[in-house]
Design a protein around this ligand. Structure first.
Ligand SMILES: Nc1nc2c(c(=O)[nH]1)N(C=O)[C@@H](CNc1ccc(C(=O)N[C@@H](CCC(=O)O)C(=O)O)cc1)CN2
Ligand SMILES: Nc1nc2c(ncn2[C@@H]2O[C@H](COP(=O)(O)OP(=O)(O)OP(=O)(O)O)[C@@H](O)[C@H]2O)c(=O)[nH]1
Length: 458
């Protein structure tokens, strides 16, 4: 992916339709670049006033009126992108929008790439990387809670939390680096300066940010949950019960589900992406074999596994096999299904793999227990409308975890009275990981992959 992030490619004029494709009451063309007052004057036939609503005809190359609309001119640097921005608010039809866009191209603009307006806002310090990402998350939000969470990031609350951590780290680093110059006083000095307490305070604060970020990430993207088990144990019935719908085919014949079936549900506002899979067994049926291969593929992308078994048989050697073939460290909930046929009652217990839930997928008994267990297993702590959460992406979680690891190493080094050079290095690495979140140091390919996922015109 090549994005025009180089300084030379960064000053040309870009244009795009900023409203969604199709017909609408109003359609907006957005233009960003240098010296747009001239372009605006040609289109409007008169010089636009900065930041004023200018109503008039939008002129074509022969002076004909293409549309009558509103033009806004935001001179640099007081605009969304930090460059000159002109907006043409016309009538929202695809033909009109195309005529106006073509007119802009005639006047020297080129088509903007996805996310390029926001990329420029980032490069011109109008927002940091976290805020730029939250623009896309806000547009993509699928629940009101998720939108609210993204809005808090756009407001800079997540960025502020990261900056506070970075500031505290810098203070500690100044102390450590200063001490490096006086080796004979090393430890006394650090002890008197309460370096350990400072470090612990930063670790605690980082742990809070990480927890709030994990919760925000759950709220935004949810988690993949894959149902596995032997044929006929009731996986499809369980999916249907959770979804309150007959999504998957249920029959008394083992091997009914061949393909993986996906269905997203929401529990307490968390999107759970359920994947029903082909029952796992040795089979000569070619279609079933392929289905089983897909089951393994689904398990590799799962955040949680539901192992379904028949409570009349309990855990069998075949079930053990299934578990042993799952990726390690994948959390597992075991479902003892069909309790209406065994003498069990709905309940939660525990086995060596984690929680066990006794239920009946057929009559729904015990499903509420399962829902609670699911939320507990994915680490959802419950929240009121996204309050206090950060809309974190995988990239942010990884950086926070990496910073946390470096701080842990630093704490151990300090505790053991180890050499200060190593300590200083760990603190530096922790700071670097944190700064990457807000985009203080970013590689072009990272920017490319972030902004190419935006929509055009954003
Ligand atoms: N028509 C229109 N509506 C829109 C946008 C837009 O670009 N155009 N936005 C696009 O996402 C959002 C609003 N975002 C904006 C962000 C900054 C500025 C701006 O002019 N900033 C200047 C001045 C700030 C001020 O006056 O306080 C600046 O930052 O210097 C404008 C829109 C949502 N609605
Ligand atoms: N009595 C009772 N029957 C159940 C229960 N859950 C599933 N069944 C029955 O068990 C049979 C198999 O159910 P499915 O949901 O198709 O099982 P599956 O695990 O998806 O089976 P495959 O597609 O072969 O992998 C059907 O006849 C269901 O009606 C339950 O809780 N109680």
């Amino acid at each position: 992916m090549s994005m025009p992030v180089s300084p030379s490619g960064n000053h040309d004029i870009i244009a795009a339709v900023a409203t969604p494709p199709g017909r609408g009451g109003v359609g907006i063309i957005r233009i960003s670049g240098k010296n747009l007052q001239l372009l605006a004057r040609v289109i409007l036939g008169k010089l636009p006033e900065p930041r004023r609503v200018e109503f008039g005809g939008f002129l074509g190359e022969h002076g004909q009126v293409l549309d009558r609309g509103i033009l806004l001119y935001f001179p640099a640097p007081h605009s969304y992108t930090g460059e000159d921005v002109v907006e043409l608010h016309g009538h929202g039809g695809p033909v009109i929008m195309n005529l106006l866009l073509t007119r802009c191209l005639q006047l020297g603009a080129r088509l903007a790439q996805p996310g390029e307006f926001t990329l420029r806002a980032f490069l011109n310090d109008k927002m940091d990387l976290l805020q730029a990402e939250s623009v896309a998350d806000l547009i993509d939000a699928s629940t009101a809670d998720a939108a609210r969470c993204a809005m808090r990031s756009l407001n800079g609350e997540f960025s502020a939390a990261i900056s506070r951590l970075v500031q505290a780290l810098i203070e500690l680093r100044v102390l450590v680096e200063a001490t490096l110059d006086f080796p004979e006083e090393e430890l006394d000095f650090l002890q008197s300066a309460q370096a350990i307490q400072q470090l612990q305070a930063i670790q605690q604060q980082l742990a809070r940010v990480l927890a709030a970020s994990r919760q925000g990430a759950l709220l935004q993207s949810g988690i993949n949950i894959v149902l596995v088990g032997q044929p006929n144990v009731g996986k499809s019935s369980l999916l249907n019960q959770l979804a309150h719908e007959d999504i998957a085919i249920v029959t008394e014949f083992p091997g009914t589900t061949r393909d993986t079936i996906r269905q997203s549900i929401e529990i307490e506002g968390i999107p759970l992406h359920l994947v029903d899979t082909a029952g796992l067994r040795e089979t000569s049926d070619v279609i079933e074999q392929q289905g089983i291969a897909r089951t393994h593929a689904a398990a590799r992308q799962a955040g949680l596994v539901l192992l379904v078994l028949d409570s009349r048989q309990g855990m069998t050697a075949a079930d053990q096999d299934i578990l042993n073939n799952l990726p390690q460290e994948l959390p597992v909930l075991t479902i003892y299904n069909k309790i209406d046929l065994s003498a069990e009652i709905p309940r939660i217990a525990e086995n060596e793999y984690g929680m066990v839930i006794y239920l009946s997928a057929k009559n729904g008994e015990g499903i509420d227990l399962l829902k609670n267990a699911l939320l507990q297993a994915i680490g959802w702590q419950g929240n009121i409308a996204g309050e206090g959460l950060y809309m974190a992406r995988q990239r942010h979680l990884q950086a926070l975890a990496s910073a946390s690891q470096h701080l842990q190493t630093a704490a151990t080094l300090l505790d053991e009275g180890n050499t200060l050079e190593l300590l200083a290095e760990e603190l530096r690495l922790a700071q670097q990981a944190l700064s990457a979140i807000t985009g203080e140091f970013t590689a072009d390919d990272l920017l490319g992959s972030i902004f190419s996922n935006f929509c055009i015109g954003k």
